[in-house]
Design a protein around this ligand. Structure first.
Ligand code: NAD
Length: 295
């Protein structure tokens, strides 16, 4: 299959590499020439613009862009993919954006005769490199059936979440819970230690008791409780606090539009906002525990 790939950043670059490994023909574009050159070296056809990628006539286009304005900028408008693609094309947006924007772009794509799916991912850069991402897909089931092998070349789990935009709904709901649970674990760990518990012992109790969750068991925020976690290497690597802030913003904005209360999500969003203001946006999101610890 001839695939056009837009957005070769931390996630897009390894995802595109895995499509090449699976034997697909690939045309790629990114604003960064270096990112394009790296993929060219692996066998992709580099394109100098969105227009050049369109001219290569791909059967499928995948995008992995930072946020909704980038996605709208690439897909919509007179020069956008939707207007300029000369044949009906499968469009797959893997960026994390708000469900409302995803539905708006998909509607425009459908009106122009294309088939569009939102397919945000979970699994981080490690999952992108290892081709073990989870894809949460919104759109027509038969369209997913058609492009499923492509997603399977980049990931392990591919789940149909329902109609257009529902992939983004699943993503924002999961990540809102993740942000809330991380703050909960940070608060509980800090409380226990301040009241005299050993941090490792407390984490062991939580992880064999009802407080157990991914944030306590896999990415415990307390320093040196687990090996190979961001907390045990100065909160470097992992999932940046600013990315968590972005996802909490998507969740609270989607909730506002739906008039759906998200009391804990809103509190989590404000805590990450304050944390980012203090210059911590680049640290793994488990570093939020710094709000609870003495220097
Ligand atoms: P990134 O900033 O590393 O990469 C984005 C890339 O898009 C950059 O290379 C940029 O040059 C390119 N780009 C921007 N505008 C463009 C345009 N108009 N045309 C072509 N290329 C353009 O971001 P990332 O970490 O790869 O994340 C991408 C998306 O995946 C985001 O929506 C993010 O929320 C989501 N996500 C990230 C992670 C993670 O761990 N990094 C995990 C899950 C989901």
């Amino acid at each position: 299959m001839h695939i056009g790939f837009l957005g070769l950043g931390n996630m897009g670059s390894p995802m595109a590499s895995n499509l090449l490994k699976a034997g697909h023909q690939l045309s790629v574009f990114d604003l960064s020439n270096t990112a394009v050159a790296e993929l060219e070296q692996k066998g992709a056809q580099g394109c100098a613009s969105v227009a050049a990628l369109i001219a290569s006539a791909p059967d499928v286009v995948i995008s992995m862009l930072p946020a909704a304005p980038h996605v709208k900028g690439v897909y919509l408008g007179e020069d956008g993919l939707i207007a300029q693609l000369t044949k009906p094309t499968y469009l797959i947006d893997c960026s994390t954006i708000d469900p409302h924007s995803a539905r708006e772009v998909a509607q425009a794509a459908t009106a122009a005769g294309h088939r569009m799916l939102d397919a945000p991912v979970s699994g981080g850069t490690a999952g992108a490199q290892a081709a073990t991402l989870t894809f949460m897909v919104g759109g027509e089931a038969e369209d997913l059936q058609h492009i499923r092998p492509i997603l399977q070349a980049m990931g392990k789990n591919v789940t149909h979440c329902g109609a257009s935009g529902n992939g983004q709904v699943a993503k924002v709901a999961n990540n809102m819970l993740l942000g809330i649970s991380m703050i909960g674990v940070a608060e509980a760990m800090a409380l226990g230690v301040s009241l005299g518990m050993d941090a490792k012992t407390l984490a062991g109790i939580i992880n064999t008791s009802s407080g157990r969750c991914w944030s306590s068991e896999i990415n415990n925020p307390y320093p040196d409780v687990l090996d190979n976690t961001p907390a045990s290497r100065g909160y470097s690597g992992g999932f940046g606090s600013d990315l968590m802030l972005k996802d909490l913003g998507l969740a609270t904005e989607a909730a506002r539009l739906a008039k759906q209360p998200v009391m804990m999500g809103a509190a989590a969003q404000q805590l990450y906002q304050a944390f980012s203001l203090q210059g911590n946006g680049h640290l793994d999101f488990s570093a939020i525990i710094k709000l609870y610890l003495k220097e």
